[in-house]
Design a protein around this ligand. Structure first.
Ligand SMILES: [Zn+2]
Length: 117
């Protein structure tokens, strides 16, 4: 799929960035396992900070998963096809959101549905 070669390259760069980010976050969390010899206020701050890092770690991992799937879809030739309706996804949309798996129409329909819930 020559067509998506550039997007694939971008995705791989994204993946490297995300991996680096995740490594930093995991490093930070590991740090938190060290014995706490701080006063209570500092411990609370540390805990809150850990929760944020934990959250960021999960978000980053989910993003890594999406990017990996997008690369796999390029390799298998399924990339750029909406998983819901099977229509091609707009190129501009793919450029803006390279790991999108739905066309604008289906994505906005899905957003509508979750808003109504
Ligand atoms: Zn669609």
């Amino acid at each position: 799929m020559k067509e998506y070669e550039e997007i694939r390259k971008n995705l791989i760069e994204m993946l490297e960035d995300l991996d680096a980010r995740l490594a930093k976050i995991t490093d930070h969390v590991k740090h938190a396992d060290e014995p706490l010899e701080k006063d209570f206020a500092e411990q609370v701050t540390q805990q809150e900070d850990d929760e944020v890092q934990d959250y960021l770690g999960n978000v980053t991992r989910a993003e890594i998963e999406k990017v990996k799937q997008a690369i796999a879809r390029i390799d298998s030739g399924e990339y750029g096809i909406c998983v819901v309706c099977g229509e091609p996804i707009n190129k501009e949309r793919l450029k803006a959101l390279p790991y999108s798996t739905m066309c604008i129409k289906c994505a906005s329909q899905k957003a509508d549905q979750s808003r109504r819930r």
